[in-house]
Design a protein around this ligand. Structure first.
Ligand SMILES: NC(=O)C1=CN([C@@H]2O[C@H](COP(=O)(O)OP(=O)(O)OC[C@H]3O[C@@H](n4cnc5c(N)ncnc54)[C@H](O)[C@@H]3O)[C@@H](O)[C@H]2O)C=CC1
Ligand SMILES: O=C(CO)COP(=O)(O)O
Length: 351
């Protein structure tokens, strides 16, 4: 039995608390407001974010970050990316000496272009950090439906500790040392999910969605490899896996946001209507900036940036993508494979 603090009682923090409680760990779930903590304690439910779900009675909700973090061996941070710089300084002084920080959020910070593990390093200093990421809608995890994710850390033993912490019969956890690839894949798929929702909102069908997902993965991989990721990570759970789940599901807030924009709503209207975080909007800005800085061609991200931040008409964005100059498919996709030490890509996957 381990002691764990989950920081952020939105849908994902709550679902992860359930996995940890199911595994017999002592779980403190930190909420931003006292009212929310009291409501969870009194009703045994998170009425705001996962209303129909009965939480294990062992989960202790608290609005005291000191109470949550002190004594915890694992601190799982699950707030939206834009809240990281507010929340991390609040918990920093209560961290135990050997506490492992795990984050489960998906985003890149605009302007600094930092991944979340890098923001954690800036805010709390040099500590063991892991990221968990993969195709995992909270709505299904809380029903204990089969789910697979990746635990990533540059320290193999930390990734494995986190794997052991979360893994159970309905929640299967793999490890991958490629922290850059895992964080980039999980963050950038949200951009493509917004685009996928837009194509449905415009009335397009399966062909458009498949095109966007495939070419989206190509540009995610191009940027990721430029940043130092292993290209094969993008065909794993935190890459292709999460791209599929987010681009094809009504559960996805990013997909739903794109769908509403495709139907004609403005970005601000959509964000207000959603009432939950739509990470892909800020990440589109960050990825667009990064692609310009690094000279990486990301045509889908560019068009989505112009739709989301420069009021470009969605149909004009589609026309711009479809009317690009002719290209070879495979050459661009394969660039980066020369980074691998092994000549046979399949050797990189454990059976
Ligand atoms: N919902 C899901 O199925 C999954 C979500 N994620 C990621 O997890 C992260 C959190 O997402 P959700 O839980 O779904 O979001 P959510 O919108 O359901 O909840 C966000 C939570 O963060 C809190 N929060 C917001 N701003 C805050 C601030 N400034 N300070 C402190 N707390 C603040 C809110 O009170 C709320 O408890 C995101 O990065 C998302 O991409 C990852 C995998 C699955
Ligand atoms: O990352 C997710 C599932 O893996 C959740 O995606 P949304 O934030 O779009 O709901």
């Amino acid at each position: 039995m381990k002691k764990a603090a989950v920081i952020g009682a939105g849908s994902w923090g709550t679902a992860l608390s359930m996995v940890l409680a199911d595994n017999g760990h002592e779980v403190k779930l930190w909420t931003r407001s006292q009212e929310h903590a009291e409501s969870i304690q009194q009703t045994g439910k998170n009425l705001r974010y996962l209303s129909g779900v009965e939480l294990p009675s062992s989960i202790q909700a608290t609005s005291s970050i000191q109470e949550a973090v002190s004594g915890s061996e694992f601190v799982i941070v699950v707030v939206p990316t834009k809240a990281m710089r507010e929340v991390l300084p609040m918990l920093k002084d209560f961290l135990e000496k050997d506490a492992v920080i795990v984050h489960a959020s998906k985003g890149i910070e605009p302007e600094t272009h930092l991944r979340i593990s890098e923001i954690i390093a800036e805010e709390v200093g040099d500590r063991p950090v892991a990221c968990i990421s993969g195709p995992s809608h909270a709505e299904e995890v809380c029903k204990r439906q089969p789910t697979t994710i990746t635990s990533s850390s540059i320290h193999t033993e930390i990734a494995e500790q986190v794997q052991d912490l979360f893994m159970n019969q309905s929640f299967r956890v793999y490890t991958n040392p490629d922290l850059i690839g895992v964080e980039i894949g999980g963050s950038l798929k949200n951009i493509i999910a917004i685009g996928s929702g837009m194509t449905s909102g415009l009335g397009f069908g399966d062909n458009a969605r498949a095109a966007l997902m495939t070419r989206g993965l190509a540009e995610i991989s191009r940027l990721g490899v430029k940043l130092g990721a292993n290209p094969l990570t993008f065909s794993g759970l935190s890459g292709l896996g999460d791209l599929i789940v987010t681009c094809t599901s009504f559960h996805s807030r990013n997909w739903r946001a794109g769908n509403m924009i495709g139907k004609g709503m403005s970005v601000s209207q959509v964000e207000a209507e959603m009432g939950m975080v739509v990470e892909g909007v800020r990440t589109t800005k960050a990825a667009f900036q990064l692609s310009k800085k690094l000279g990486v061609d990301m045509p889908i991200t560019k068009e989505l940036f112009e739709v989301l931040f420069e009021d470009k008409d969605v149909e004009k964005a589609v026309n711009a993508l479809m009317g690009r100059v002719k290209k070879k498919e495979v050459e661009g996709l394969m660039s980066g494979f020369d980074k691998m030490n092994n000549n046979d890509p399949l050797d990189h996957f454990e059976p």
